[in-house]
Design a protein around this ligand. Structure first.
Ligand code: NDP
Length: 338
């Protein structure tokens, strides 16, 4: 069953690898159609912007085939379902995590993709939030549980603390009772981190991060460094760790971390983790556990996700420019033309 799908749709995509955002096109492309009985087609209304898109565009992460439609998460309504689909019907409001969401329509396989059904009554602001917080929320949550299990009174270092993932890491650290040391490049960004519960603030444009960490921790170092900046900060993270500390290296915002000899870890019995969120939420149980936990934090008001700017889909190039030039804080979203 389906509503009539147009043959063409608008999408933000690229046909080439490119360092520059200029390879991003806003253009017409074929609308996906139901070709298997478990296919579901979602008409997207909002999509969350994530830094990972720049890695695909730049060729840091591989792209299987072109054109590559950007996007990893979205919310909207079910537009068509295959004959064997039982969980969803046309008209259901949903949020989900899957590739190619910067488009008016996306196709998913019911048996492979986790979809959260939303109440009929949900308003547009809520719909936008649900389409925008899963990747960053689940990243922060799974990492503080599994990459390094943060404990009360731990000192933890959070880089890019006013960014999308960073803001949630800071709040989770506060909730657990850890001493969060936030690093960001401007005082405005540090004010945001402070408001979310960071106890100590380091301005990476002015301060010597390592010296500050030593001062704050009485020369002991931190139990963990949550480092998404990558190339520029890896060595500082390593040096900032306490004995038996954990380096959670999870991004390449400044470039990919250089290869290193594992023998370097023995000096302080360091653990090095290089996780990706989607490998922590593979099974149904894992997905349920973490999404329920995250949604409860949101519902109870313990964690706030701020969508600081919403761009029309046609302006994704601008959103990518702003994100990659360190101009943004919190979460960016796209509004998709209906
Ligand atoms: P952010 O909102 O955190 O934006 C990136 C921030 O990184 C900037 O605002 C900036 O903060 C900081 N930064 C430091 N150096 C640079 C640089 N040279 N160029 C650009 N930015 C820089 O983005 P997201 O919340 O979307 O993602 C945060 C990081 O987490 C990314 O690296 C992303 O890839 C990673 N990630 C990894 C996941 C995983 O599964 N492994 C999942 C989700 C995200 P400041 O100015 O304060 O330094």
């Amino acid at each position: 069953s389906s509503v009539q799908l147009p043959s063409k749709q608008k999408a933000a995509l690229t046909e080439n690898i490119g360092d520059s955002v200029e390879v991003i096109q806003y253009t017409d492309i074929d609308t996906p159609q139901i070709t298997s009985p478990t296919d579901v087609i979602i008409k997207n209304k909002y999509a969350g912007v994530n830094y990972i898109e720049s890695y695909f565009r730049k060729g840091i992460y591989p792209i299987a085939s072109f054109p590559y439609i950007f996007g990893r998460e979205a919310s909207g309504i079910i537009a068509a379902v295959g004959d064997k689909v039982t969980k969803y019907k046309v008209g259901d409001k949903v949020a989900y995590v899957s590739p190619s969401t910067f488009a008016q329509y996306s196709k998913i396989d019911e048996s492979k993709v986790q979809v959260l059904k939303l109440p009929e009554s949900i308003g547009d602001d809520q719909l936008k939030l649900y389409g925008s917080f899963f990747i960053q929320g689940l990243t922060a949550l799974t990492f503080v549980h599994e990459a390094y299990e943060v404990k009360k009174n731990d000192f933890i270092l959070v880089w890019a603390a006013a960014g999308g993932v960073g803001q949630i890491l800071v709040q989770l650290g506060r909730l657990i009772g850890a001493n969060v040391i936030a690093v960001a490049s401007t005082n405005e960004k540090l004010d945001i981190a402070k408001g979310l519960g960071a106890k100590y603030l380091i301005n990476s444009s002015k301060d010597d991060v390592l010296a500050k960490v030593k001062e704050i921790t009485n020369d002991n170092g931190v139990a963990a460094s949550f480092d998404s900046v990558g190339k520029d900060t890896f060595e500082t993270s390593l040096a900032a760790l306490a004995r038996k500390g954990t380096l959670v290296s999870f991004g390449n915002s400044s470039g990919t971390v250089d290869p290193l000899s594992i023998n370097r870890l023995s000096a302080k019995n360091i653990k090095l983790a290089r996780p990706t969120v989607m490998n922590y939420v593979v099974t149904q149980d894992e997905w349920d556990f973490y999404t329920e936990k995250f949604l409860k934090y949101i519902k109870d008001g313990d964690i706030k996700v701020e969508i600081t700017k919403t761009y029309p889909l046609s302006q994704y190039k601008q959103a990518a420019t702003d994100l990659e030039s360190r101009k943004t804080t919190g979460k960016l979203a796209l509004e998709i033309p209906q």
